[in-house]
Design a protein around this ligand. Structure first.
Ligand code: RP5
Length: 172
């Protein structure tokens, strides 16, 4: 765990934090070190771009960048780093995240951003784990255990649904 690469989670504002919390929690549960920062590419561009440029030498292996509205954070960060960047469009404002989705996903060839669903921070964290696991055998085991546990989660959901149907008098 000591030499494990870290995940850098960036967000455009503290108002985005509720969306990111499940990602921070998932990384902690999988013992992946992460740092979470508010960094705005519009309001404080120099700091955001300097942070992106220095991330690799600080021991980060993946950057997750979340923003709402005119969501240029992930793209601008991707322009300044050689690390893989995962973009999380945040549903914030009158367009409910569609603006952020388009702004995050429509990157020009040469500057990829792996964009997850609107508010899809959990998948961003899991994708970060998968990327880091390519060079980290212990983490690959953790990831394999997580995947192997998914059918049990589905069974639990099925039991809950059956119980509810019984409660509603709708069971066959
Ligand atoms: C974006 O603008 C942020 O990522 C946030 O989603 C949105 C609103 O920011 P605040 O006005 O709450 O700081 O840059």
């Amino acid at each position: 765990m000591t030499d494990r690469k870290k995940v850098l989670i960036l967000m455009g504002s503290d108002s985005d934090l509720p969306v990111l919390l499940p990602a921070v929690k998932a990384l902690r549960e999988m013992e992946v070190p992460c740092e979470t920062r508010v960094l705005s590419v519009h309001r404080a561009p120099d700091l955001a771009l300097e942070t992106a440029a220095g991330a690799r030498e600080k021991g980060f292996g993946v950057i997750i960048a979340a923003a709402g509205g005119a969501a240029h954070l992930a793209g601008a960060v991707a322009a300044k780093t050689t690390l893989p960047v995962i973009g999380v469009p945040v549903a914030n404002g009158p367009l409910n995240g569609l603006d952020a989705l388009y702004a995050t996903v429509q990157m020009p060839p040469g500057v990829p951003v792996a964009t997850v669903a609107i508010d899809g921070a959990m998948n961003a964290a899991l994708l970060a784990v998968q990327i880091l696991a390519l060079g980290d055998e212990r983490l690959a085991e953790v990831w394999a255990e997580y995947k192997a546990g998914l059918p049990d989660k589905v069974r639990t959901k099925d039991q809950r649904a059956q119980e509810r149907l019984r409660e509603e008098g709708l069971a066959p």
